[in-house]
Ligand binder design. Structure first.
Ligand SMILES: [Zn+2]
Length: 124
């Protein structure tokens, strides 16, 4: 199992006992290292560290990937969302596509439900 570091730029400054590492006499607070993390797509050990990253790099990231300069619109062409019937039996779950604008429902197979690239949406 490979370990990776928390990407929080200030992780080592959040003083918790589990961050103290090193040889006796030269111990320091260090960036957390784990096989997986709960936050920010498995990149951050805590919401604090995720927020630290955004505070330091967020504006650059938004500028890099493109700042929103106009409103997006939810229309019948991009309002499809995958759902399943919470009342259906767990072993025979009924999956559906629901249009959030027209309320139209269409049946979905479980495979289509789990396939992140499968969509009826034709716009953003
Ligand atoms: Zn961290």
């Amino acid at each position: 199992m490979s370990l990776k570091y928390c990407q929080g730029p200030e992780c080592h400054t959040h003083k918790t006992k589990d961050r103290i590492k090193g040889m006796q006499g030269s111990k320091t607070y260090q960036t957390r290292r784990r096989s997986s993390f709960y936050y920010g797509n498995d990149n951050f050990c805590s919401l604090n560290c995720q927020n630290d990253w955004f505070n330091k790099y967020g504006d650059q990231a938004i500028d890099h990937y493109g700042r929103a300069t106009e409103a997006k619109h939810l229309t019948q062409d991009n309002a499809w969302s995958k759902e399943y019937d919470w009342n259906s039996d767990y072993n025979n779950r009924q999956y559906i596509y629901v249009n959030g604008i027209t309320k139209e429902q269409r049946p979905l197979t479980e495979e289509q439900y789990r396939d992140k690239s499968y969509t009826l949406n034709t716009g953003e």
